[in-house]
Design a protein. Structure first.
Length: 465
């Protein structure tokens, strides 16, 4: 489940990635101490039973540390090698399986979904590529009738498909980005029907074995250790075991069980699996309107003016983040064995990953006019207080920033703005400028972007890791 609230459409160019510059940074003992203190603080404050932080730099793991407990009842230490359910980070693996099948000539990305799933007639002209970039326009499966939507109990995928097929499309294929786990359930089914083996077997043969990911499996498979991290829920310091989600609901959208060590191998080895054109396609946003720019199983974002490619995962009891800064050859992985369903005050891997990157790659401050800083601060407060002055917004952004989206925002839970530091300023075309800030709230630290037109209107804003 993608849980970050991003209120703006921040377009990122789809050009070929530039040739990386030589590394200008190195992981130091001082950084290690700061990360140790960061991780230990979340355990000391009882914001999660266990926590894992891993940093990859220039193709090697430079930091991997577990904090707290993987299992409270057993007093089991959380280790970098502890198996963990990573939820929607699984999507990038399903997407890679599709790209590998395309490389082998087993399918084409512009094939219609109905070529492989003919019983899903509502898919119409939607393509496999549109499943991957979340623009297929398929109905919201959580609103299907005639089937019990309960991830804690098993279901038959055929029954879910039949129920969804009775619903109207949510949009025309390719028209808009809409995050929908059902897209990746169908992508997993396409992998099975195009390859002739189960999704689990295909991943094992074509990704896990080549990358020596020996501790990675799909939920429900043999091989998952009995000492995997237990999942918890509840407010800080009052954690209880979370109910387990059934593997049938996870499938291609969220079924991966892995370790920080194995996920680091994935981040390092992805270019070895995919051709350059396939990797470029994976990291290129669709460009469709919506709350996020999305590639194939990755959110395509920017941080401090550089490409920032990430995905999180949240299922009952487990919360994970996998983030790449490809131009800096850096990746950050964070696991926390507590979900946010009962409390937003628990550890959140997206924010922790941002904290880690701020240690490893400190953002560079830039000079920004005070009026821009004040406007940026004003709108953080307006979203938190739900006081929207639509005369300050462009018509397009006013439509995107619906009253419902504002009502569902969680900015107020972050607490008072304590610091707002400009770190990037980018001309966005047509006289617009996108400003990026490092913002410290009372309860979190985030990156914040706001796009302002030449006549002072706001054309986008949002928080990201």
């Amino acid at each position: 489940m993608l849980t970050r609230l991003v209120l703006a459409l921040m377009l990122i160019g789809a050009a070929a990635p530039p040739t990386p510059a030589p590394l200008a940074h190195v992981f130091t003992a001082a950084m290690e101490r700061r990360l140790d203190d960061l991780g230990a603080g979340f355990i000391r404050d009882h914001r999660t039973p266990g926590l894992g932080i891993c940093v990859v730099e220039d193709g090697r793991i430079v930091y991997a540390h577990g904090f707290g407990r993987a299992n409270l009842a057993r007093n089991q230490q959380f280790e970098p090698g502890t198996q963990f359910y990573v939820g929607s980070i699984s999507k990038q693996f399903t997407a890679a399986a599709i790209l590998l099948l395309a490389q082998d000539g087993k399918l084409k990305l512009d094939d219609k979904v109905t070529k492989y799933v003919p019983e899903l007639t509502v898919a119409g002209n939607a393509t496999i590529a549109q499943l991957l970039d979340q623009t297929a326009g398929l109905p919201d499966y959580t609103k299907a009738t005639g089937i019990k939507i309960d991830p804690m109990h098993t279901m038959k995928l055929g029954d879910l498909i039949a129920a969804v097929d009775k619903m109207p499309p949510s949009s025309a294929p390719g028209a808009v980005f809409a995050y929908n786990n059902f897209n990746y359930m169908m992508a997993g089914l396409v992998v099975e029907r195009a390859s002739g083996v189960t999704l689990s077997d295909y991943l094992q043969q074509h990704i896990f074995l080549p990358l020596v990911m020996n501790q990675s499996f799909y939920a429900g498979d043999n091989g998952i250790s009995s000492t995997h991290a237990a999942g918890y829920t509840g407010p800080p310091g009052r954690f209880t075991l979370a109910p387990a989600e059934d593997p049938a609901w996870l499938f291609g959208a969220g079924g991966l069980v892995t370790t920080m060590y194995d996920l680091a191998k994935w981040d390092i080895g992805l270019p070895l699996l995919l051709r350059v054109d396939a990797e470029r396609a994976m990291f290129t946003p669709s460009g469709a309107p919506g709350a996020q720019q999305y590639g194939y199983g990755w959110v395509i974002d920017s941080r401090d003016g550089k490409r920032y490619i990430w995905h999180n995962g949240l299922i009952s009891g487990y919360h994970a983040m996998n983030a790449l800064l490809p131009d800096d050859h850096v990746a950050v992985i964070v696991f926390a064995n507590v979900d946010t369903f009962a409390s937003a005050a628990v550890a959140q891997p997206e924010s922790i990953a941002a904290n880690v990157l701020d240690v490893v790659l400190p953002p560079s401050a830039v000079r920004v006019d005070n009026a821009v800083i004040e406007k940026a601060r004003e709108w953080l407060e307006r979203i938190a207080d739900k006081r929207i002055d639509r005369t300050q917004l462009t018509p397009a952004f006013s439509t995107l920033l619906s009253d419902d989206l504002v009502a569902r925002s969680n900015f107020a839970a972050l607490g008072k703005v304590e610091a707002l530091v400009p770190i990037a300023s980018t001309a966005a075309g047509k006289g617009e400028t996108t400003y990026e800030f490092l913002v410290r709230f009372a309860h979190a630290q985030e990156h914040y972007k706001i796009t302002i037109t030449s006549d002072g209107k706001i054309d986008g804003l949002g928080l990201s890791p």
